[in-house]
Design a protein around this ligand. Structure first.
Ligand SMILES: [Zn+2]
Length: 85
């Protein structure tokens, strides 16, 4: 049983980057890699320190870091569409 919702994460240029299974409410700050689906960026297998970019416009969408012991993409808030949950 899960309250997670699948949300679309899009670049500011409108390109769909991936879908993310998000638990809880609030602004999306980071995306745990194991919750990312339909990865159109290649972020799921990116190493720590990688800075994946939008496949369409090339803008850096964040950086891969450990967050609470799990690899996650810390989003560049200036590069993605606002997400309301
Ligand atoms: Zn883009």
């Amino acid at each position: 049983m899960s309250k997670d919702r699948i949300i679309k994460v899009e670049c500011q240029c409108g390109q769909l980057l991936f879908r993310y299974s998000k638990g809880g409410r609030g602004r999306l700050i980071k995306c745990y890699l194991d919750h990312i689906q339909d990865d159109g960026v290649g972020v799921v297998n990116a190493p720590l320190g990688a800075r994946p970019a939008c496949p369409d416009c090339g803008k850096a969408i964040g950086i891969v870091q450990m967050v609470r012991g799990r690899p996650a993409l810390k989003l560049n808030q200036g590069a993605i569409q606002k997400i309301s949950t």
